[in-house]
Design a protein around this ligand. Structure first.
Ligand SMILES: Nc1ncnc2c1ncn2[C@@H]1O[C@H](COP(=O)(O)OP(=O)(O)OP(=O)(O)O)[C@@H](O)[C@H]1O
Ligand SMILES: [Mg+2]
Length: 285
């Protein structure tokens, strides 16, 4: 039994003719302490997948097990960092973290809670920015507060939904380094959603492509890409010159190019049908 198991998971939205299938036949087993990345195009169902694991929504098919127990609602054991920071704008960085800590560790005395918050502000290099409001922080700093808040909840598993997607390349790179460092220190189980193959290779033990549907039946996970050949700690500059890294990156890129090709073939198929209709349009024009 793996730490986290998704067996035959499917999910769609809406009903009747408005029904949209988003995910189908998702099988994913993640071991304790493992860092897994799911890599996918925009709109393929990545947030849906994270929300399912978080217990925020329920699957229509299959089951999700954490430590062998069925996930049937959200819980503090699963810490989520969303795409959009989701900080409360009227609270300072420290208060945003404090809200979660006070709620979860209400049996601790005030000093212990304050020390816990300080430790997590420091962990993301924001010790000096604790009294700032979100609007006074840069996007990268806000995202770090969001990561610190989630880590301060001491979850068993971290669910990161494109946590760095909105950041510029430089800030993104430095935060990737921080996530790698924090993971090495804490060895939490992580599921990272990303659209960036380099980010996935830099951080993960295994990478799963979320392959979009060509037939309206929902996206599913493609074959696993193992990153075991790249020892940790990984150095970004050195990775670029590493033959295993280049080879893996090429394999992943080729996989997605082939997927795109299949999709285009499908679209062309529809275009072949269209000329039958066009003459009518030309004649009335
Ligand atoms: N609550 C909802 N009701 C109806 N449709 C939804 C709902 N949430 C998502 N969808 C649809 O499901 C599909 C997948 O959405 P999702 O947010 O999971 O994708 P994503 O891969 O996270 O996208 P992005 O890369 O833009 O973040 C989209 O077509 C979206 O419109
Ligand atoms: Mg999303």
């Amino acid at each position: 039994m793996a730490f986290l198991e998704l067996n035959g998971v499917g999910k769609g939205y809406g009903s009747g003719s408005k029904r949209v299938e988003v995910l189908r036949d998702i099988d994913l087993h993640v071991e304790e302490g493992e860092f897994v990345a799911v890599l996918g195009f925009s709109g393929t169902g990545k947030t849906t997948l994270i929300s399912l694991i978080a217990g925020l929504i329920e699957p229509d098919a299959g089951e999700i097990l954490l430590r062998g127990k069925k996930v049937d609602g959200p819980g503090p054991g699963r810490g989520v960092v969303f795409q959009n920071y989701s900080l409360l704008p009227w609270l300072t960085a420290r208060q945003n973290i404090g809200l979660a800590v006070d709620h979860l560790f209400s049996d601790w005395d005030a000093d212990k809670r304050a020390a816990h918050i300080d430790q997590h502000l420091k962990m993301v290099n924001l010790a000096a920015a604790g009294s700032k409001l979100p609007k006074e922080l840069s996007g990268g700093m806000r995202q770090r507060v969001s990561v610190a808040r989630t880590l301060a909840m001491n979850p068993d598993i971290l669910l990161l939904d494109e946590p760095l997607g909105a950041l510029d390349a430089l800030t993104r790179g430095s935060l990737q380094g921080e996530i790698a460092r924090i993971w090495a220190q804490d060895k939490k189980t992580v599921v990272l959603i990303t659209n960036d193959p380099d980010e996935a290779i830099f951080l993960a033990d295994r990478i799963f492509p979320l392959t979009p549907a060509v037939d309206g039946e929902g996206a599913t996970l493609g074959p696993e890409f193992g990153v075991e050949n790249l020892p940790r700690p990984r150095d970004k500059k050195r990775l670029n010159e590493n033959a295993d890294y280049k080879h893996l990156r090429n394999r992943i890129t080729k996989y997605f190019m082939d997927v795109r090709h299949e999709q285009r073939k499908n679209i062309r198929h529809e275009e072949v049908l269209l000329p039958d209709l066009r003459p009518v349009v030309w004649e009335t024009a």
